[in-house]
Design a protein around this ligand. Sequence first.
Ligand SMILES: [Zn+2]
Length: 210
Amino acid sequence: MRPRRGRAKHLDPSLCLARLARLGVPFRRASPHRGLVTPVVITGPINGLKLTPMWGHPPALMDCGFALLLHRIAPIIRRVGVDELRYSAFYSYRYVSGTGRLSRHANGLAADIFEVRGPGGFSANVLKDWVRARGGPGDCLGGVTDPKGRVLRRMACALEYSGLLFQVLTPDSNHQHRNHFHLSGLRVGERPLQRRYAGRRLRRRRMAGR
Ligand SMILES: [Zn+2]
C-alpha cells in the first residue's frame, strides 16, 4: 500500500540511497544512529562541493535526505564562488539551545558551517568576515564592500531565496550563530520556516505590503 500523502516525514531509505548513487555522490552507509533514518557518510566532494571537518570533527555523517539536498544546493553555493564548506557537524544528537526541542542536527538534517573556501585560495570565516545586519530584501549585499563579506552574504541570500532549505541562520540571527551558518533541510511535505533576510528576521512592518 502506498503511504498516504503528506504522512511520510522522510524519504524511503532505499529510494533515497538509490537516488544518491544515481547522482554519483560518493558515500558509504553508516551504522545506525539514534535519530537518523538513513545514515550515510559522505566520502568525497558532493556535486563539486568539498566538505571538510574542522577541529578534528568526525566525517560527514548525515541523513541520506540531507545529502540529496547538499547535492541540489551545491551549484547555488559554487555560483557565489565557494567550493568547500568547513563544518563542525551535520549529525549531532542535541536539543535546540534553551528549549526541549530536538535540533534538526539530531536527525542529520542540518549543517554548521564555520568557514568557506573557493578557487584561487579564497577563504572566508563566518566569525571574522561576516558584516552584520546590512541590506534588506532585494539588496543582498547591503553596501558590503569587503570581498569575503560579500561572498558570505551572497551565499546566505542565495540559499535563503532558493526555498530549498528549512532555515538559514547566520550571525544576524542571534548570538549563538555569531560564528557559523546553520543550514537545515526540509522534511517531506514541509515548507521553509519563514522569510528572513540573510538569517535576520524582518520586522513585521517592513514585511507588510510586500
Ligand atoms: Zn546548527
